[in-house]
Design a protein around this ligand. Structure first.
Ligand code: ME8
Length: 486
């Protein structure tokens, strides 16, 4: 069976899940579910990033030991994903024993290659981003990525010889023009890399909450170096069978803030260890809330669980994907969410299902397949949009099909028909609903299951998205969506 491996970033446990982390995880989940429906054996990984200064400080502020603190927040992440219908196969934590074994074995390789050396780090450090920053990269004296204050650091450290991989990285990008999606980000990275690729400090002397650096126990491993390795420790690298089965990863889904680590540092680490390259980094855009950057201090952090309780997980998932192309920025507002529920989910889909099934339930006979209406579905286009991770585009096409089906029913008024014409129109409508249940599954799994149950069928696979003779035993149930007030 063909395999497919998809990952999310592992999230820092200094804060609870919010709409941004939920978005990344939902994008990865949609890809995972779609690939399963294509018949692939999928491994979908998510988890938590639990070491470093930021976590150490957050634990101290909460009056807890780091371990108690990370255990609590990590389980909060696990508990968030279930109600959002996230179907991960493994949840990795960087405090897992198995992860630490991988990190140590990986270090051995790099050490033996001569890619690790001792030096002195002098520069700036941004604690919230856990990132080293050079003088030239500072922006108005602050972190160029998050704009927050930075600390001056001068300390003995061990370095990874990242700069040695400059030419190999440039070659990797030339050989794989789609290594980073969207392509514009690849151009940016290529430019930055040409100008400024320095070796990377991979240990910290002053940080206690980290994996001890085996070659010099006064140091702990830099949290990003440890974190990136989750993608292979989760597969039990180097010895486990699942590593051979699922590596190289098909897609690392990440936010645009962490492209550098995934498209530069991570491939270079893998090159040094002689491991195959990831196939693709999918970098998504940023969510603001009512036009403003989301932040704790502004008190505008959106809790995805609260939204899912209020509107349903599927409606939230639909909104997040339909509202913007994956790689662009977007704005979250409850008004916009409500208007999509009342419009697209209620008027287009839920009503279509209710009208068709009310009629079909009364009908007891053999339906008839006739070519014609099936031209309204362009599966090649939907699949190709999916393959290029244009999720909003694929959903848009699926919705055009929902709307065409609606129009077909309005135009044909099957409730006024009888004879052969009724058999054909009803068959078309039910077949359309069966196919719609498959197509919406990855976006809205509960809704798809509900629909296919009402159609009296087991949910099909992508290969079943072809018109034929409908053979379910229809039984109307709960409306897919209800109108919501704002
Ligand atoms: O960076 N809009 O973890 P993190 C969209 N531990 N996505 C957002 C967002 C927003 N406003 N805010 C956050 C880390 N995200 C590291 C990763 S991986 C080896 C280590 C999402 O908790 C987005 O996916 O800061 C971003 O990349 C991720 O959260 C950062 O999560």
């Amino acid at each position: 069976m063909e395999t497919f491996y998809v990952t999310t970033p592992i999230y820092y446990v200094n804060a609870k899940p919010h709409i941004g982390t939920a978005y990344t995880t939902i994008v990865a989940d949609i890809i995972a579910r779609w690939k399963r429906l294509e018949g692939k054996e999928v491994f979908f990984l998510t988890g938590t990033d639990e070491h470093g200064t930021k976590i150490e400080r957050a634990a101290a502020a909460a009056g807890k030991t780091p371990q108690t603190f990370v255990d609590e927040i990590s389980s909060e992440f696990m508990n968030t994903w279930k109600p959002l219908n996230i179907s991960y196969d493994k949840f990795i934590r960087t405090t897992d024993e198995r992860h630490i074994i991988t990190v140590n074995e990986f270090l051995d390789k790099l050490w033996d290659n001569g890619d690790i050396y001792k030096g002195t780090y002098e520069g700036w450090y941004c604690v919230p981003d856990e990132t080293f920053i050079t003088d030239t990269d500072l922006k108005d004296g602050n972190c160029p990525s998050c704009g927050r204050e930075v600390q001056r650091v001068k300390e003995e450290a061990y370095f990874f010889a990242l700069s040695r991989y400059k030419e190999d990285l440039l070659q990797l990008y030339s050989d794989n023009p789609y290594f980073i999606y969207p392509e514009s980000k690849l151009k940016e990275i290529r430019g930055r890399l040409k100008d400024n690729l320095k070796d990377l400090d991979i240990t910290r002397k002053g940080v206690k909450w980290g994996i001890p650096f085996k070659f010099d126990p006064e140091h702990t491993i830099y949290v990003w170096f440890d974190a990136l390795l989750n993608y292979i420790s989760a597969l039990g690298w180097p010895n486990d069978e699942s590593f051979n089965k699922f590596w190289p990863v098909d897609v690392h889904v990440v936010g645009k803030d962490i492209i550098w680590f995934h498209a530069v540092v991570w491939p270079a680490m893998l090159m040094s260890a002689g491991i195959d390259m990831p196939k693709l980094i999918l970098a998504h855009g940023w969510w603001t809330v009512n036009g403003t950057k989301m932040s704790k201090s502004l008190g505008n952090v959106i809790d995805p669980i609260e939204m899912a309780k209020k509107y349903g997980a599927d409606a939230l998932r639909y909104f997040l994907i339909k509202e913007k192309p994956v790689w662009e920025d977007g704005d979250f507002s409850e008004n916009a969410l409500v208007s999509r529920i009342n419009g697209e989910l209620m008027s287009d889909l839920s009503n279509l299902v209710a009208r068709t099934l009310t009629l079909a339930e009364k009908f007891d006979g053999k339906l008839k397949y006739n070519e014609g209406f099936s031209d309204n579905l362009d599966m090649t286009q939907i699949v190709s949009k999916f393959d290029s991770y244009n999720l909003s585009g694929a959903l848009e096409d699926i919705w055009s099909f929902v709307r065409r089906t609606n129009k077909y029913i309005n135009d044909n008024e099957p409730w006024k028909l009888n004879g052969e014409k009724l058999l054909i129109v009803l068959n078309d409508a039910l077949e359309a609903l069966r196919i719609i249940s498959i197509l919406i599954y990855s976006f809205m799994p509960e809704t798809a299951e509900n629909l296919s149950q009402q159609l009296g069928l087991k949910l099909g696979k992508i290969d079943d998205c072809k018109f034929g003779e409908f053979n379910g035993k229809v039984k109307r149930g709960k409306n897919l969506f209800e109108k919501v007030k704002n």
